[in-house]
Design a binder for this molecule. Sequence first.
Ligand SMILES: NC(=O)c1ccc[n+]([C@@H]2O[C@H](COP(=O)([O-])OP(=O)(O)OC[C@H]3O[C@@H](n4cnc5c(N)ncnc54)[C@H](OP(=O)(O)O)[C@@H]3O)[C@@H](O)[C@H]2O)c1
Length: 327
Amino acid sequence: MRYRALGRTGWKVSEISFGAWAIGGSWGQVSDEESMAALHQAIDCGVNFIDTADVYGGGRSERLIARLKKERKEEIIVATKAGRRLPRQTVEGYSRQNLSAWIDDSLRNLSTERLDLVQLHGPPTELYSRPEVFGMLDDLVTAGKIRYYGVSVEKIEEALKAIEFPNVQTVQIIFNCFRQRPAEVFFARAKEKCVGILARVPLASGLLTGKLKPDSRFAADDHRNFNRQGKAFDVGETFSGVDYEVGLAAVEEIRQLLPAGFSMSQCALRWILMFDAVTCAIPGGKRAEQVADNCGTSELPELTPEAMAAVQRIYDEKIRPLVQHRW
Ligand SMILES: NC(=O)c1ccc[n+]([C@@H]2O[C@H](COP(=O)([O-])OP(=O)(O)OC[C@H]3O[C@@H](n4cnc5c(N)ncnc54)[C@H](OP(=O)(O)O)[C@@H]3O)[C@@H](O)[C@H]2O)c1
């Protein structure tokens, strides 16, 4: 496993890290035993950074990570999130009282005295014009409840505003072969400011693994079933907001480019790692085999300029018209 500097934090984190949404909920049933095996596999592969949130399974994901930390002696940095427990996203909801209560719950779930990194979890765009919210986060740092903070954004414009606040250490954003705009308009600015970038939904919710078919079915409690039209949360979080059939057709074209020795997931993750502004990709993993496959990416060679150009062409022709103007 190779490691990259996480912005100005002084931490070096695994370039393939672990996204812990699916082990909490919203992705069909995953047993705690399977989840623990997946988490242990990640640590065995050299992962030292895990992304979670207070709302993933109502704290279940955070509690599993606390268990992992008890069972392992390696240093494990945990990034959690706060804000999605609001019944409706409003700037007023990000009050001092609410923030403190959410942080206290995450401290309890993660069995720790101080949270490593707290990300605002997709707050409304207007929040990025409210310095007082970032002031409250500064106060939580001063109080010793959190070490660092960052944001998890939907839109690039939010990311650009967020990094104007001097203590924002990280931006989590959707970035993958089907979401290329961050590289065009955000990465250079983030590098200038030395802000860490966490590339989320790196496998486009499984589309880029190459295993999905036109007739693939998803459980009722899997967002790939219930959020396809954005009924529960931003539609961009499910298959990156790409129409399922169009996505499958684009994946078949990417399959033709697959270098020898790469799985489809590894090709998608290696594409992300080609961008040095990215600190890490955080693929979700439900099973140990998936985690091992994903982590193996770090050992693989770079993609060729020809392969990069081909992915760009597939994006430009098939995907860009669907996503570029939206996020
Ligand atoms: N608003 C936010 O802040 C936000 C939103 C979304 C995600 N995130 C974070 O980003 C992380 C990653 O995004 P994501 O989990 O939504 O999507 P993702 O990483 O693009 O896809 C993950 C899913 O793909 C399948 N998979 C993973 N590795 C595989 C492999 N090697 N082979 C075959 N299938 C594989 C698994 O599901 P199946 O086995 O069921 O197919 C897994 O749950 C999340 O876990 C979370 O930490 C944050």
